[in-house]
Design a protein around this ligand. Structure first.
Ligand SMILES: [Zn+2]
Length: 268
């Protein structure tokens, strides 16, 4: 006689594995093949390790990185815990935007938040190519605009939006760049995201967990309800997506001859 299956408690239901594979960097894909090759050459992508520190504020920029399936947190310099994540770079963007402005020093701390691959271009090659090729510079400048918009939005967000809503925003941004609803994020990173102490992190994460929007245990985070998390997020998430879509996705899609390439990154 067959035993009746027992239903697990709702909070223990495993989340179906979901991994949207990133095939490349969307910014680089927006460039014509010949121009992209001049930048990255025939070298293979490099590996970025979780928690690897890419640079400290004031460091000279030696390389530009174009993440493929990795993503990098940009954190303001601060003293002790007074540090705040103000940007997140995944396969929609690049690390090293000051070079586009002719500055070879970075003002931010950059930490790998998602391990994976990235294309790496040395600063001299990058600078030479954007000086020689106005089309390459124009394509990358569109990203610079999106990047600056994200920074400005974060300034407003940090001042006016509630911690729980801000956490929902950053988790959605992380999910987009991780290409997965399951990713690793430590308390330290959550504190950078929110600019609050550990107790504030625990409280905001617990609130989202009670609403069954996420599950968070020992750094392993699962987004259980994307639509619900979007509703819980402050408007900044939707504003960022809209700017990204208007400035970059259409251009990338047109360059790639596809209407879905760019949208794949930010597909909810
Ligand atoms: Zn906000």
């Amino acid at each position: 006689m067959l035993k009746a299956p027992t239903s697990p408690a709702p909070e223990l239901v495993p989340v179906a594995p979901e991994k949207r594979v990133s095939k490349g960097n969307l910014l680089l894909e927006s460039l014509p093949d010949a121009d992209r090759l001049k930048l990255i050459g025939d070298r293979p992508p490099v590996d970025l390790a979780y928690s690897e520190e890419m640079n400290q504020p004031g460091d000279r920029i030696r390389h530009v990185y174009f993440p493929i399936d990795s993503f990098i947190s940009l954190i303001t310099p601060g003293i002790g815990r007074a540090q705040l994540e103000i940007g997140l770079v995944g396969n929609e963007g690049m690390l090293g935007v000051p070079l586009l402005l002719g500055v070879n020093v970075t003002p931010l701390r950059a930490l790998v938040q998602g391990a994976g691959h990235a294309w790496r271009v040395d600063a001299a090659t990058f600078t030479r190519e954007i000086e020689r090729n106005p089309a390459t510079r124009a394509a990358l400048n569109r990203y610079l605009y999106v990047f600056l918009s994200q920074l400005m939005q974060t300034a407003t967000c940090t001042r006016f939006h509630l911690v729980e809503a801000r956490l929902a925003r950053w988790l959605l941004m992380t999910r987009d760049r991780a290409h997965s609803s399951q990713f690793h994020v430590t308390h330290e990173f959550l504190a950078y995201m929110l600019g609050v102490r550990r107790v504030g992190v625990t409280s905001a994460a617990s609130a989202l967990q009670r609403r069954k929007l996420i599950r968070y245990s020992r750094g392993d985070l699962s987004v259980l309800d994307v639509r619900g998390l979007e509703r819980a997020a402050c408007p900044c998430y939707a504003i960022d997506k809209k700017i990204y879509s208007r400035i970059l996705v259409k251009k990338v899609a047109a360059a790639a001859g596809s209407s879905t390439t760019g949208a794949a990154l930010l597909a909810a």
